[in-house]
Design a protein around this ligand. Structure first.
Ligand SMILES: [Fe+2]
Ligand SMILES: [Fe+2]
Length: 374
């Protein structure tokens, strides 16, 4: 049986954000001027450096920011040289012109220290430390901070590598089971991109942090992993499904949870904070807010936000693409259908609102990652 989790609990003290905030509390005892700690992570495939976790005690946190590392020469050099960098006087040394430097100047931080995160010779991202006084980071302070940041860097490296291990394992299982024959790689990419887009554009009061959004991005393609346990004769059937066949299809949710639980147990990752996000996506992506979904018939707040996001992305993707029983719908028709499902009390209105808000970006995702057969 799946344990249901209140959506708000996804931001928990075991998350990396929680760990970073506790670490910041400790640092403040010795360094009361450190007003911000943040980590940006790097994706080698896309060359993208993106905001991930932060503990911001003064100023506004920067979130949802992505940049190509090769477009930021100063950081690229630090990554290549695996060297830290001190800026003693931000207002004089940093020049306006990029969204990041404009933001930095607006916050009034006066000095900063940047440490690359490198594990097993691989560059994983940066830790940024900002201070409210000039020239805070003397050589002694730098040495101390590098040493003290080791723990949080290990935690970040471990969590990222286990998240990627889970995704790689699930993908291996999927390809062995030939799930790709009927679920294209493009659908999985679109699910990752659309889910991230929705998660990132939720209204301010429902905003998710970058850590959760990254995990939604990584784990949303696994939502239907349980389909590998459904016979092809049913999964690939062209005609109308019988009631019995529909019931069998619906077992893909519990099968998915069982598969993921087995993987988590095998790798000893049950306690991993991001594992719950993955489990919630797989377990609850067919639940509707009015309790008419399956298999748990959860209602309203019982359905975690990560599952609501993936549900909207999945339905939008199904509507805008060809199926054996239908032609692709236009974006406008698909949005109208989602609005209708909001009115019926099935879908999260904020998730549909978010998709509506950035529908031009959603259209780009759909056309960039279009199925080859269409
Ligand atoms: Fe599904
Ligand atoms: Fe799907």
């Amino acid at each position: 049986m799946v344990t249901t989790v209140h959506p708000l609990q996804t931001v928990n003290s075991q998350s990396l954000t929680g760990k970073l905030q506790r670490f910041h509390d400790e640092l403040l005892c010795d360094y009361p001027d450190i007003c911000r700690l943040a980590c940006a992570i790097y994706d080698t495939n896309s060359d993208i450096l993106k905001t991930f976790i932060n503990s911001t005690r003064e100023g506004h946190a920067i979130a949802g920011y992505e940049v190509k590392l090769h477009n930021t020469p100063s950081l690229l050099e630090l990554a290549n040289q695996q060297q830290s960098r001190v800026i003693d006087d931000i207002s004089r040394q940093i020049h306006a012109g990029t969204p990041h430097s404009d933001w930095l100047l607006e916050q009034g931080y006066l000095s900063s220290f940047t440490i690359p995160i490198v594990r097993q010779s691989k560059f994983l991202g940066f830790i940024f430390i900002d201070s409210t006084t000039k020239a805070s980071f003397t050589e002694g302070v730098q040495r101390d901070l590098i040493m003290r940041c080791n723990g949080i860097c290990d935690a970040i490296a471990n969590e990222l590598s286990s998240a990627h291990l889970l995704v790689a394992t699930a993908s291996a299982i999927r390809s062995i089971a030939h799930l790709r024959d009927f679920e294209t790689g493009m659908h999985l990419t679109r699910m990752a991109e659309l889910s991230k887009l929705i998660a990132h554009n939720l209204p301010a009061e429902k905003a998710l942090n970058d850590e959760i959004i990254e995990h939604i991005y990584l784990f949303s393609p696994l939502h239907d992993i349980g389909k590998i346990g459904i016979p092809d004769s049913i999964l690939l059937k062209q005609g109308k499904l019988t009631t019995e066949e529909r019931k069998i299809i619906q077992t893909h949710v519990q099968k998915g949870v069982d598969i993921i639980d087995a993987i988590l147990a095998e790798f000893n990752l049950i306690e991993q904070s991001d594992a719950r996000i993955m489990r919630n996506i797989i377990a609850f992506h067919h639940e509707y807010l009015d309790g008419s979904g399956y298999p748990f018939k959860l209602k309203g707040e019982q359905i975690p936000i990560e599952a609501r996001v993936v549900t909207v992305a999945d339905i939008f993707d199904a509507l805008t693409h060809e199926r054996p029983y239908k032609k692709p719908w236009t974006t406008a028709e698909s949005l109208a259908e989602l609005d209708d499902m909001v009115r019926q009390g099935k879908l999260d209105k904020d998730c549909v609102w978010a998709l509506n808000k950035v529908i031009d970006q959603a259209e780009r995702i759909v056309s960039t990652y279009r199925d080859v057969t269409q």
